[in-house]
Design a binder for this molecule. Structure first.
Ligand code: ADP
Length: 441
């Protein structure tokens, strides 16, 4: 025997279960179409029908697009539209915000219904509005369609209204998520554009700097050569007339001009290094080390004893840059020697895992720990020009050059106890020394 009270209770339980299940999905899913389709399925199920849809109000404020639905033939979901006019139940529901039901479409006199509804076999309809965010137009309408004429009770429409409010909350949440995503996307684009723009600007200014550096160095060197040359003539040919004092001044001009020349050379080397395209290949460091030793011997003669210990493991490097790096390190090791003592300099290399560490060690004046951090900076010098002439760019070239080759560098030292400079570069392993490099050497 049918028990109407029991039936009502069952229906209520079904509806409440549906609400709970949908609430979970509405909170968790980020896919609006999934949420809306599931809303239709569950709402239909709760009201005992397999036909339901959500129609979304379009920006024109009148057209309703079937955004999602269940039970429809192809050509409805995502395609069919309804005009929200006064004489449609949808228009009425939108305008009043109240649930609107038609228990039997065929007998309906108040509203007209779109053909696709009839074609799909809908005989009765219940509409509830899905509100929009505060001060926003409604999102649309949740419509439950029945294939049989049927009454929708107040309990049904109350259930559907609660349901539609859940959908509205899910829509608002997704809109907020989408707004954040769009903002993130916009910011990302702005940042990317800035990076591209800055990189291009940097490229332009690099090229300008290059041209500038060459022009400046050329323009500076010409008068410099003249100054130095005339000062030397003064010294050589007019020594007696100049007297002691005049001779010292002329000598100072020569020294200053020489220093200026070194400065120009070092600055050019550094600025070139910063922009120079570094294409590393397999290199035997012994060549660069030997060349550096030769240069230092030529400059300091008996004052230095340099021991280049081979063989050395091959490294991945740019030969010209590596040459400059080792040349600067060996030059420093020879230069910063203790007064009156011969400098003992050792250049050696050892494998360090995937890398090779090349050491340039001396027994010179050493560097106090508190100064070791900054000597790799440009223009950083710890001594007066008189004792150890220099430009303060040598180690900056070392640091930049090593960095450009994907390596690292550092120093171990104590004041008065010599210095051990090291650079570390990727090991070439079994790869053989580049033929180009062989030829260059
Ligand atoms: P500089 O032109 O003065 O040699 P660098 O950049 O090559 O400039 O070196 C920076 C400073 O680091 C030097 O002025 C010196 O004080 C210190 N330094 C570099 N190498 C050594 C070394 N082997 N022994 C002691 N001091 C060193």
């Amino acid at each position: 025997m049918a028990d109407p009270v029991q039936d009502d209770r069952d229906a209520l339980l079904r509806q409440q279960t549906t609400l709970a299940r949908f609430g979970e999905l509405a909170l968790q899913s980020d896919d609006l179409d999934e949420i809306l389709t599931e809303a239709c399925r569950l709402a239909g199920e709760a009201l005992g029908t397999d036909l339901a849809k959500v129609v979304e109000l379009q920006p024109d404020g009148r057209t309703l697009l079937v955004r999602a639905g269940v039970g429809w033939k192809p050509g409805v979901v995502g395609i069919a539209t309804i005009q929200a006019e006064e004489d449609t139940s949808e228009g009425y529901a939108l305008k009043t915000g109240k649930p609107m039901t038609s228990p039997d479409i065929e007998k309906e006199t108040r509203f007209r219904y779109p053909p696709f509804l009839i074609e799909n076999g809908a005989k009765a309809v219940a509409n509830v509005i899905i509100i929009g965010a505060k001060d926003q137009p409604p999102f649309g309408i949740l419509q439950v369609d029945s294939r049989e004429p049927r009454e929708f009770t107040d309990a049904d429409t109350t259930f559907l209204s609660g349901y539609a409010n859940l959908i509205a909350a899910a829509v608002a949440r997704l809109h907020a998520v989408e707004a954040v995503r769009q903002e993130e996307e916009r910011l990302r684009r702005v940042l990317e554009a800035q990076v591209v723009e800055r990189t291009a600007a940097l490229g332009r200014s690099n090229a300008q700097l290059d041209a500038f550096a060459y022009t400046i160095s050329h323009d500076l060197r010409a008068p410099l050569r003249a100054m130095e040359g005339f000062a030397r003539i003064l010294l050589d040919d007019f020594g007696t007339q100049l007297g002691d004092k005049g001779g010292r001044y002329a000598q100072r001009i020569v020294t200053a001009a020489e220093r200026m020349d070194r400065l120009i050379t070092d600055l050019l080397a550094y600025s070139r290094l910063q922009r120079h395209e570094v294409v590393p290949r397999v290199v035997d460091p012994i060549r660069a080390a030997s060349r550096a030793a030769k240069e230092a011997r030529a400059e300091h003669g008996e004052a230095v004893a340099i021991d280049v210990q081979g063989p050395m493991p091959a490294v991945i490097a740019e030969p010209v840059v590596l040459g400059q790096v080792l040349s600067n390190l060996v030059a420093n090791a020879a230069k910063f020697r203790r007064e009156g003592a011969q400098a003992q300099v050792t250049v050696r290399a050892e494998p360090a895992g995937e890398r090779v560490r090349i050491w340039v060690e001396d027994d010179g004046i050493g560097i106090a720990p508190e100064h070791q951090g900054r000597i790799f900076n440009v223009f950083e010098r710890l001594h007066g020009e008189e004792t150890y002439p220099g430009t303060g760019i040598g180690l900056a070239i070392v640091a930049k050059g090593v960095e450009r080759m994907g390596g690292t560098c550092g120093v171990e030292s104590a004041l008065g106890h010599g210095s051990r400079f090291w650079i570390e570069l990727p090991a070439a392993g079994d790869r053989s020394v580049d033929a180009d490099e062989e030829r260059q050497a």
